[in-house]
Design a protein around this ligand. Structure first.
Ligand code: HEC
Ligand code: HEC
Length: 213
């Protein structure tokens, strides 16, 4: 399993490398820093190059070019840097849970997390073939009616609203079912209310539609 091999590598690398354990002092401050980098060609290129140096582990799963290697793993390519950064913070502080992602988020410095978000946001997401066209046709009106308002007409996303176009359907189904189970008293995401209104068959139709976009 790619996961087990990866965890062994990760343990070795963290043990030997002694990566800095730096927490975000303030997410808002980091977001401003990220925006300033994105708006400045020179700083963006420097950040991109530094990010490229840090994504060796990420590439095993998310691809060096941000196109995921497995259907249960999300693409990072063309994703908005604010969104990538924010999700990484969520793994770091426990708002999202995944063994590998949590370990990684806590092992990278703030600057590294910013650089990686810049790097992956600049990659190109490739279309992902393989969905059932009949199911996708059922998903399209669901998407346009209930999702396009936030995620964009072409599912291209905007800032902290993630891009969904080309995302593996398997990953999106898991994500939507997880939102559906969340307790709005404990978590705050507009997706909780959205997902509660979707049946299993709506979820599989809309996910199939989006994977092929
Ligand atoms: C062993 C495989 C693996 C490795 C290595 C890995 N990830 Fe992930 N990553 C995942 C999985 C699986 C998820 C989805 C977890 C979930 O369901 O919440 C994920 C989720 C993410 C997300 C959230 C994306 C979204 O669409 O919400 C980001 C951002 C991310 N990873 C960044 C990284 C970065 C940066 C690295 C390297 C420092 C990395 N990952 C390394 C497997 C991996
Ligand atoms: C009110 C705005 C809003 C609407 C409407 C909305 N979303 Fe979202 N969605 C978000 C936000 C914001 C996130 C980022 C996660 C978070 O903040 O919880 C998100 C996250 C997601 C994710 C996780 C993506 C990832 O990479 O992990 C999926 C999948 C998703 N939405 C699908 C949908 C679908 C399908 C619909 C329609 C049925 C929909 N969304 C409607 C705002 C919205």
């Amino acid at each position: 399993m790619i996961r087990n091999i990866f965890l062994i590598n990760l343990t070795l690398a963290l043990g030997l490398g002694g990566a800095a354990l730096v927490q975000a002092s303030s997410t808002d401050e980091a977001m401003l820093q990220l925006e300033a980098i994105m708006a400045d060609d020179e700083r963006r290129q420097a950040s991109y190059a530094a990010g490229h140096e840090r994504i060796r582990f990420c590439g095993y799963c998310h691809g060096e070019d941000g196109n995921s290697k497995r259907d249960y793993i999300p693409n990072l390519a063309t994703q908005h840097p604010q969104y990538l950064f924010e999700q990484f913070e969520k793994f770091g502080d426990g708002r999202r849970e995944d063994l590998v992602m949590t370990t990684l988020a806590n092992s990278l410095s703030l600057q590294e997390r910013i650089d990686i978000a810049v790097y992956y946001s600049q990659q190109t997401a490739n279309p992902r073939p393989g969905g059932d066209p009949a199911l996708a046709a059922v998903g399209e009106p669901i998407y346009q009616r209930s999702c396009a308002f936030c995620h964009g007409e072409n599912a291209e996303g905007f800032r902290n609203m993630p891009r969904l176009a080309g995302q593996p359907a398997v990953y999106m189904e898991t994500a939507l079912k997880r939102f559906r189970q969340m307790n709005p008293q404990q978590d705050n995401s507009p997706m909780i209310g959205v997902a509660k209104a979707l049946s299993d068959s709506d979820i599989s139709a809309v996910a199939t539609y989006l994977q092929g976009r």
